[in-house]
Design a protein around this ligand. Structure first.
Ligand SMILES: NC(=O)c1ccc[n+]([C@@H]2O[C@H](COP(=O)([O-])OP(=O)(O)OC[C@H]3O[C@@H](n4cnc5c(N)ncnc54)[C@H](OP(=O)(O)O)[C@@H]3O)[C@@H](O)[C@H]2O)c1
Length: 273
């Protein structure tokens, strides 16, 4: 790969660029940005990336991959600009990757007709290199381009390739997922405070329990969440009292309904685009 262009240098665009540069997959001079916000331009320049305010300033000949990292609400305007400017300048072999939530490959290919296109669903922990990225590609994407995409996104977390038909569910599970875990921690902290702890103590107890549990599950081979739960739950003990209370109030069913609601909402939002 010789040069990468990222359109939109916000939180996620920057996280990807930083991940790639930190892992030495590309040097900073080969990572180009197009960014609209002047504050972000300053920030990206300070981090030693090449930033352009306009497509016309760019030499597209050597760009192999373009990553679209603007908000879904800005996609329409961006596609208009792409069809006017980029389409003529960019080689039909250039891989276009979009991380915009809910924007389907079909929608992108209406503008970028003959291009290889990939869609990626990252999540917020990608910003610290601990995310999960789900990838999908259209038929024009080559095996090598898929490999490079996997390499790029492995610099900010784990990578998984799935059919695009699963993307609404992926959005509901891992895309929105950090909010569910944060909500659980928030609720644990509040419970601790209501029952007599100061907020800081309750927070560190809840946070480290979440971190330790997920790390154990990740690092100890063959340890399933169910097995870990059973290991902690002795008959008639304290954990048993909490778990039976969660079961009495249909914890699993509440979670299932929440994931279903998020999936339905993703499908609904996709219909608009
Ligand atoms: N953040 C996450 O954790 C996360 C997780 C999963 C997926 N995503 C997806 O990642 C994408 C980016 O999210 P983000 O959180 O990084 O957003 P962000 O911080 O708002 O960054 C987007 C940046 O792109 C700029 N921009 C907008 N239109 C542009 C254009 N036509 N040309 C050049 N720059 C343009 C914006 O400038 P202005 O502010 O001036 O408009 C902003 O600085 C979204 O589509 C989102 O769905 C994000």
């Amino acid at each position: 790969m010789s040069k990468l262009l990222i359109i939109g240098g916000g939180n996620m665009g920057f996280a990807i660029a930083k991940g790639i540069a930190d892992k030495n997959f590309l040097s900073k001079k080969d990572i180009l940005f197009i960014e609209k916000s002047s504050d972000r331009v300053k920030f990206l320049k300070k981090a030693k990336f090449n930033v352009f305010k306009d497509y016309t300033d760019l030499d597209f000949k050597r760009i192999d991959i373009v990553i679209i990292a603007v908000k879904p609400k800005d996609i329409e305007e961006l596609l208009k600009a792409l069809s006017k400017t980029l389409n003529k300048k960019i080689s039909k072999k250039t891989l276009i990757l979009s991380i915009a939530a809910g924007v389907k490959i079909n929608k992108l290919s209406r503008t970028l007709k003959d291009s290889p296109i990939g869609r990626v669903m990252p999540n917020t922990p990608c910003q610290i290199g601990e995310g999960i990225n789900v990838l999908t590609f259209n038929k024009k994407t080559t095996k090598k381009q898929k490999q490079i995409t996997k390499m790029i996104f492995s610099s900010i977390g784990e990578v998984l390739e799935l059919d695009e038909s699963k993307f609404d569910l992926v959005t509901a599970l891992s895309g929105s997922g950090p909010a569910y875990f944060a909500y659980l921690i928030e609720s644990l902290v509040k419970s601790g405070v209501k029952l007599g702890l100061d907020e800081r103590t309750s927070y560190i107890l809840s946070l480290m329990t979440g971190l330790g549990t997920t790390r154990m599950l990740k690092e100890i081979k063959d340890l399933s969440p169910k097995r870990l739960r059973e290991m902690v739950t002795s008959p008639n003990g304290t954990t048993h009292a909490a778990i039976t209370t969660l079961q009495k109030y249909n914890f699993e069913d509440v979670i299932f309904k929440a994931i279903m609601a998020a999936t339905d909402r993703s499908i609904e939002m996709g219909r608009v685009g």
